[in-house]
Write a protein that binds this ligand. Structure first.
Ligand code: HEM
Length: 208
């Protein structure tokens, strides 16, 4: 688990996140809102990638905290939330909220609702990522709360799939990001499942 968020790690993750957003916008001509959205998803993916990878192969010896991938989880998670928040603010600016989430509306409204629920859950998880809050909650409740990260991931997966594959947005259909994001979603499912099988196998070994 990642209990300590350091300034230097925040700085590095922040530079990576903002640099990638800038690159998407300037080099790949991706709109700002979409660029923030894509980077937010990539950060969430990295946060979730670390967990199963660590379960499958734990490093034996490390000489610095920078070598332990799980110490980056808190920073990646917080930056995922911040980038998602900026994406939402840009999408929201200049139009009434009721236009975004309209009951009896369309798939657009449902996709937005998924994004909003994910963002609110992400806010909760971000607040629960600060050392003082973690210590107040206790490790078990903190772990329970953070298992919600998977819920956030699957909500965002439904969210991007709508815009990439099921809407007229982008008229030409999915682009490179759509295919890459589907690959990332499938990889997380596969890793999660493999880590689960490993736990089952370990349980069987212990019984013998
Ligand atoms: C953590 C929260 C969120 C994340 C990570 C996220 C991520 C994404 C992603 C990956 C896309 C697809 C971009 C593409 O087509 O390449 C997208 C599109 C979109 N999202 Fe979100 N989203 C979030 C929250 C929200 C919320 C709360 C709303 C509105 C209530 C929203 C509205 C939209 C809209 C309208 C689009 C299509 C236009 C665009 O690409 O900007 N999103 N989002």
């Amino acid at each position: 688990m990642d209990i300590r968020n350091t300034f230097i790690q925040h700085l590095l993750v922040g530079i990576f996140a903002l640099g990638l957003t800038y690159t998407f916008n300037t080099l790949l001509n991706v709109e700002w809102s979409t660029a923030f959205a894509r980077v937010s998803f990539i950060l969430l993916f990295l946060t979730l990638l670390i967990g199963p990878v660590m379960k499958l192969s734990k490093p034996i010896k490390v000489s610095s905290p920078l070598e332990i991938p799980w110490t980056w989880r808190g920073e990646l998670g917080i930056w995922f939330f911040l980038m998602g928040l900026v994406h939402f603010i840009i999408v929201w600016s200049g139009r009434p909220f009721a236009e975004l989430i309209k009951i009896g509306g369309s798939g657009f409204a449902l996709a937005n609702l998924m994004g909003l629920v994910a963002l609110l859950l992400a806010l909760l998880l971000t607040v629960a990522s600060f050392q003082k809050v973690i210590l107040y909650l206790g490790i078990e409740s903190w772990k329970w709360l953070h298992s919600m990260t998977y819920v956030v991931f699957y909500l965002i997966s439904g969210h991007y799939m709508y815009f990439q594959f099921f809407s007229t947005y982008g008229e030409v259909g999915p682009d490179w990001f759509g295919y890459m994001a589907v690959f990332m979603t499938l990889l997380i499912i596969l890793l999660q499942f493999t880590a689960f099988l490993k736990i089952v196998a370990k349980n069987h070994q212990n019984r013998k």
